[in-house]
Ligand binder design. Structure first.
Ligand SMILES: O=C(O)CCC(=O)C(=O)O
Ligand SMILES: [Fe+2]
Length: 201
């Protein structure tokens, strides 16, 4: 048991369910890995220096439909609870991954109209090598979709809620794509924390 204001992390190990995908990709799910995260969620919403990005798309400058902040290797994380999570994930996955998780990408989906389009995390080594991206989801539940790259084939749908862990591994970033579509159902704010190894983004 942690103290009243700190999160509790469940065991990894046998609590993690792996789904093998095609082409050597896989997804691990551990629902409810983090408990007691309401105060953490509130601290992150208020305390992370969230950025609104703008990008040029089809010759028009548009708002990226979510707020973001990326913590580089060695950059202090905004909350000690995230350090505890990163250490637990590194300890569990290191035998298979061969290296620790060192960065934290953070996204804030303000409501159901914020989203991320189909993509793989292919900046850096994810373009050519097997790797892992471990996502801790906090706040309102949203669907994370996965489909084989190229669009053919039905998308798999993972409903991920407050405190759930989803890890994409193997060739997932280069042979599959993932997305968090807009939700027409009322969706409150959601924070996604993505832990990645060095030079994967
Ligand atoms: O919201 C999520 O959990 C996914 C975010 C994502 O795919 C990314 O930032 O690369
Ligand atoms: Fe991604």
């Amino acid at each position: 048991m942690g103290d009243a204001d700190s999160v509790d992390l469940g065991p990894l190990g046998s609590a993690v369910r792996r789904t093998e995908l095609s082409h050597g990709a896989w997804v691990d799910l551990c629902p409810g890995w983090v408990s007691g995260a309401d105060p953490l969620f509130a601290r992150l919403v208020a305390g992370v220096p969230w950025h609104a990005e703008r990008r040029t798309m089809y010759e028009r400058v548009v708002d990226v439909p979510r707020l973001t902040k990326f913590y580089e290797p060695g950059e202090p994380l905004p909350d000690d609870e995230l350090v505890v999570m990163r250490e637990a994930l590194s300890a569990h996955y290191r035998p298979e991954l061969g290296e620790p998780f060192v960065t934290a990408g953070m996204c804030l989906y303000r409501d159901g109209s914020d989203s991320v389009a189909w993509h793989g995390d292919t900046i850096g080594r994810g373009r050519t090598q097997d790797t892992m991206v471990a996502i801790v989801s906090l706040g309102s539940p949203r669907a994370l979709l996965l489909r084989p790259r190229g669009g053919g084939g039905r998308a798999l749908r993972f409903e991920i809620g407050h405190g759930d862990l989803l890890v994409m591994g193997g060739s997932c970033q280069r042979t599959w794509e993932h997305a968090v579509p807009k939700s027409v159902r009322a969706a409150g704010p959601r924070i996604s924390v993505q832990f990645r190894p060095h030079d994967v983004r």
